[in-house]
Design a protein around this ligand. Structure first.
Ligand SMILES: [Zn+2]
Ligand SMILES: [Zn+2]
Length: 224
């Protein structure tokens, strides 16, 4: 399977589940990065140096590191090394905490501090998939993207920045306009039915889910 074909297939698979497909792809890429690191390269000097630059992983990927069954030893080796590095920095008066390094995705970009290596891998994968999405959107991925509920705001903005085809950008905006209007209308009903006069009507499943869905749209589904 060619690389292009493989990444397109990955995008199609991600579009089979509800929610932003680019967030899903980033989550999987970050997870796989940690998986490989734990099983193959905890003691690799090159990886260690990379981790020293960022003082390990962001909050999200540090916690995710603990979810691999039976592999707390690998996590322990990494975190001990990071703590030693932090202590060393502290002694030399140049310590910077993970929190300041990774406070928010956008802030991180602005400050250009060393980002979490798992986030970097995730973002590379996301960018690749956004390019595929733009290339195959019209007449191919348009409908699957609509069924999945569209992109989150962050990835939509990224897609519009990358896109150099006005026709594709217009289609992308149109698709999200109608999807988000739908969520707004569902929330209208959700809010209206909280009024005691209409409470007997009952909130539908879609109206209840619109709250979480709106948060996912606004914040993305790959927490950072
Ligand atoms: Zn997203
Ligand atoms: Zn991360």
């Amino acid at each position: 399977m060619s690389e292009k074909h493989a990444s397109y297939q990955k995008l199609q698979d991600a579009l089979q589940q509800p929610g932003c497909p680019i967030c899903h792809i980033g989550q999987v890429a970050g997870y796989k990065y940690l998986d490989t690191l734990l099983y193959e390269s905890v003691n690799d000097p090159g990886i260690r140096r990379k981790l020293e630059d960022s003082l390990g992983f962001c909050y999200y990927h540090s916690r995710e590191l603990l979810t691999f069954p039976g592999n707390r030893l690998g996590a322990g080796i990494i975190e001990q090394h990071m703590l030693k590095t932090a202590l060393n920095q502290l002694r030399h008066g140049n310590v910077s905490s993970r929190r300041t390094l990774f406070s928010k995705r956008d802030e991180r970009r602005k400050t250009e501090k060393s980002p979490c290596p798992a986030c970097m891998r995730a973002e590379a994968s996301e960018t690749r998939s956004i390019k595929d999405l733009l290339q195959y959107l019209i007449d191919d991925l348009d409908e699957p993207l609509r069924r999945a509920g569209g992109l989150c705001l962050t990835h939509l903005q990224q897609a519009l920045l990358i896109s150099n085809n006005k026709h594709v950008s217009t289609a992308l905006i149109g698709l999200h306009e109608s999807l988000w209007q739908e969520q707004i209308a569902l929330l209208d009903e959700f809010i209206r039915k909280h009024d005691y006069r209409f409470r007997h009507e009952g909130i539908s499943e879609a109206e209840g889910a619109a709250l979480e869905r709106s948060i996912d749209i606004l914040t993305g589904e790959r927490p950072l």
